[in-house]
Write a protein that binds this ligand. Sequence first.
Ligand code: NAD
Length: 456
Amino acid sequence: MPESKTTVIEPATEGVLGEVSCAGAAEIDEAVARAGKAFPAWRALTPAARAEHLRALVATLESHHEELALLEARNAGKPIGDARGEIGMVIDTFRYYSAAPERLLGETIPVAGGEAFTVREPLGVVGLIVPWNFPLTIASWKLAPALAAGNTAILKPAELTPLSAVRFAALATEAGLPDGVFQVVTGSGRVVGARLVEHPDVAKIAFTGSTEVGSAIAATAARTIKRVTLELGGKSANVIFADADLERAAAAAPGAVFGNAGQDCCARSRILVEHAVYDRFMALLEEHTKAIKVGDPLDPHNEMGPLISGAQREHVASFLEEDDAHVAFRGSAPDGPGFWFAPTVLAPMSRAARAVREEIFGPIVAVLPFKDEAEAVELANDTIYGLSGSIWTRDGARALRVARAIDTGVLSINSNTSVRVTTPFGGFKQSGYGRELGAHALDAYTEVKSIYYSTS
Ligand code: NAD
């Protein structure tokens, strides 16, 4: 039977960028068998040897930084400067976890009649399923700790953005990673992703994507008691108090929601502003929103690219068709071809509006006023999600009170950053469970074993 192929579209031009194979369940079964075969030898390597493999991968990635950035910019439609930064984070992530094999420490525990201690064991074959918004970056957050801990891994990239993963797999081979330790299988979520989740020889699924698919994955994985980590949707709040450095907060707010054309699970897509400074903040926000340069991702002056697809643009546009969506102002965007959408600010908005309640995953932000700290916290928590968020204030005590009171996995004070290689990242509530990045991620790719040695 001839191998089935699918085309990959460049969102900025709507032209064909490449072609990848569209695998079926049989290819997943073969990949799982190969990964299972590779596992014992990879696990048995000395920690120093596994670390050395990861350092070799870092060196190979460094020498292909620009090539990977260009591929990601074209396939995902992201500004080239952002893509360079993202590939930089991929490299930093592998560099950080290359130190992990030699630091997977256990504990000694006082017991009667002997000695007890813990060791960490790898899980086996792990399946990594990722979305299209930060294709290689999110894959690296899973793959680097998985390999460092001694697992073998199969990555299923999103249908719309498989190119950087396919190239990465070739580079991993070039860097000397043993056969079967890491594989990429391209294909649909419904077939390839689903088979990975149900396969009895896959020990764990690390998933990033929508809450809907994450919920279905958790249900299927339960049948084989598979370990699962889920990084899902978000509806994060950017809370701006009257005593904040308003100029800074307003200058930073557009980037916090329109970055990656709003297709960011950490997008601060609800801006909550204290009444006293609402009008002044909106004037500043308008100035900064209208200044955003939207256009060709390969032009280094541009700050925002197109949406990922025509379907995504239709989904995003549907939020403006609601009766209670009050458009305060919009930035600009090129005409077609390309899946362009102008940055859009909705205000003033009621908390019941669809654009306030649902994840949009596009460049639309809803602004809501609040009267005091208690109402700010209550509004920030009035969502099924809990992934990220920001607080802007000059009052340090209040910043800490509010940071503790908001139910979210990540929070920044006087900043809109969400991810760092060294700090844990993940969600509360329906934003998922488990943590990626930092030392915590290793917990998600190991089992703790207790060993007791009798001295009697
Ligand atoms: P999606 O859930 O549609 O798809 C994600 C991945 O799952 C893709 O590779 C897809 O092929 C695969 N998939 C789809 N159905 C499957 C199934 N039944 N079984 C197994 N795999 C399946 O999400 P998307 O549209 O690619 O990405 C957007 C979503 O991702 C948004 O909701 C966003 O918030 C979320 N996201 C979350 C984070 C985070 O860290 N929390 C980061 C980025 C994106």
